[in-house]
Design a binder for this molecule. Structure first.
Ligand code: GDP
Length: 500
């Protein structure tokens, strides 16, 4: 097989040893990765019969410089609210529609391309504002090549202007400034430029290297200058992509259409997309049924840098998710199955963490509650000297059961106390003489003997040196709460006068 030989070559190239045996599956995976071929490894390790399969799919390693072809830059418009981002995007979209043959009705699909008179192309993401930008970034998608920072000349640099600058800088995306609303009577270009410099944007007019184009989005003034500046910037960046091999793209937006089903707009990053291709994005897959641009025009192939709306998704992918092409639908289903399993495992893990945290919190609360109960003297222990059992057998009053409870931890003790707390019968009085955490002490035995009580020991022992001193006291051991409580109930029943 040609592919296998190719991968073997890469492998040899790296290790330079024709006698080397591939023992580590990872080494082979790396070689395949480097080759850019989409292959699965099905190997039988010598000690098991289980096949080892590369279960997930990943983007290819970056292409070589020689493989790059020019592509349109992808531009995001950012800036303070009301400074004119939406107006600018509308103006750019509409300026284009006039020149094009199709009907002139465009739809918001999340991105659109503009053809310039020079023949150059620019792709704009048309969800303005930094929410969309950061949603993408949070998924690791670095789609934007250039940020157009819109600053209204009548308002100057505002809070969100500064935030946008920070985001662009953080993402290492170059900024181009559009000073908007120059038609406004209150426009002050010089002041706006000065403000920009103050926040670190060195505009060209003031000796810096950031292009700042004065425009009016509303009056459509200087839009050509803005787009030309973008092309210039793109040239400086030497933007390029590899249009061959399996497709890689990023989801910009997705939605459900009443007739066309689940749609999602992607911008192609690598490879050339066509109808019939099989894609996976997160835990959704598509067999591409139709490709359309924002003017509803059917496209047959889409190359890097261009946006396209894809029909044929089984589930809706999310914005920022990576789209990868696979060979067959079977392979796509395998990848999804693997990813779903991973996802549910991650969820289980995080659920377990939440539960552990809650349990810990619970324990703290228990301790606090117990301390409070002690303070309030709800279970006031009459420790000062022995006292007489409240009811003796020759009394006329109801019989009573005197108990002492010792448990290994506060939490269990509290649970036992809570349960017996609900007991309130007049037929047999239950008296909690003493309770505590820790092993049985001399004091416990003394109390029990004085009050003719029963010691309930939960997960605690009688120290060997005390075993001798136990005379009449009954000590009952338990390690299950309900069994302990059941036993108390039985003791109470045994004391109740027989019914006639
Ligand atoms: P966004 O919040 O940044 O998307 O701002 P919009 O595009 O919604 O614009 C806010 C307001 O500014 C709207 O009333 C626009 O008509 C107005 N506006 C936008 N661009 C210009 C412009 O170039 N000149 C003037 N005078 N007003 C503009």
């Amino acid at each position: 097989n040609k592919d296998i030989n190719y991968i073997y070559d890469i492998f040899l190239n790296q290790y330079n040893n024709p006698n080397m045996v591939i023992r580590d599956i990872k080494v082979l995976q790396q070689a395949i990765h480097r080759s850019g071929k989409r292959m699965r490894i099905i190997a039988k390790p010598t000690d098991t019969n289980e096949a080892v399969v590369e279960k997930d799919i990943h983007p290819r390693p970056p292409p070589l410089k020689s493989q790059l072809k020019p592509r349109p830059p992808v531009v995001t418009v950012m800036g303070h609210i009301d400074h004119g981002k939406t107006t600018l995007l509308d103006a750019l979209r509409n300026s284009r529609v006039v020149d094009q043959e199709f009907g002139g009705i465009t739809q918001h699909i999340g991105a659109f391309s503009v053809s310039l008179n020079s023949g150059a192309q620019i792709t704009f993401l048309d969800t303005p504002g930094h929410a969309a930008f950061s949603a993408m970034r949070s998924r690791g998608a670095n789609l934007t090549d250039i940020v157009v920072l819109v600053v209204a000349a009548d308002d100057g640099v505002m809070e969100q202007t500064v935030e946008s600058i920070k985001m662009a800088r953080h993402a290492k995306v170059p900024i181009l400034v559009a000073i908007n609303k120059i038609d406004s009577p209150k426009a002050d270009l010089a002041r706006t430029e000065k403000m920009l410099v103050e926040v670190g944007i060195q505009v060209e007019n003031l000796g810096g290297d950031v292009q700042a184009i004065p425009i009016s989005a509303l009056k459509r003034q200087n839009l050509d200058q803005l787009t030309e500046a973008l092309v210039l910037q793109a040239d400086l960046l030497e933007i390029g992509a590899d249009p061959t091999g399996p497709v890689e793209a990023v989801v910009v937006e997705s939605k459900v259409h009443p007739f066309r089903g689940k749609l999602c707009t992607v911008v192609i990053q690598r490879g050339t997309l066509k109808k019939g291709d099989i894609l996976v994005a997160g835990t959704s897959m598509a067999k591409v049924r139709a490709l359309k641009n924002d003017a509803g025009k059917v496209l047959h192939t889409v190359s890097p840098g261009y946006p396209v709306e894809i029909e044929g998704w089984k589930e809706l992918p999310s914005a920022g998710e990576q789209v990868l092409q696979v060979g067959t639908e079977k392979r796509a289903r395998e990848v999804l199955k693997f990813r779903e399993e991973e996802e549910s495992q991650m969820k289980m893990k995080s659920d377990a963490e939440v539960i552990a945290e809650k349990e810990q919190q619970h324990e703290v609360e228990y301790k606090e509650k117990l301390a409070l109960k002690r303070q309030l003297g709800r279970y006031k222990v009459k420790r000062e000297g022995p006292r007489k059992p409240e009811i003796s057998k020759d009394d006329d009053g109801p019989p009573s059961l005197n108990i002492i409870i010792k448990a290994d931890v506060d939490g269990t003790l509290e649970a036992i106390l809570d349960t017996i707390d609900t007991y309130d019968s007049q037929d047999c009085k239950m008296e909690l003489v003493h309770y505590g955490v820790g092993s049985i002490s001399e004091n416990d035995i003394e109390l029990a003997e004085t009050f003719q009580g029963i010691i309930y020991a939960f997960n605690v022992e009688v120290p060997p040196n005390l075993k001798e001193s136990i005379k009449t006291t009954s000590i009952k051991h338990f390690n299950v709460i309900y069994k302990l409580v059941d036993d108390i109930k039985e003791e109470i029943n045994a004391r109740l006068p027989a019914k006639e």
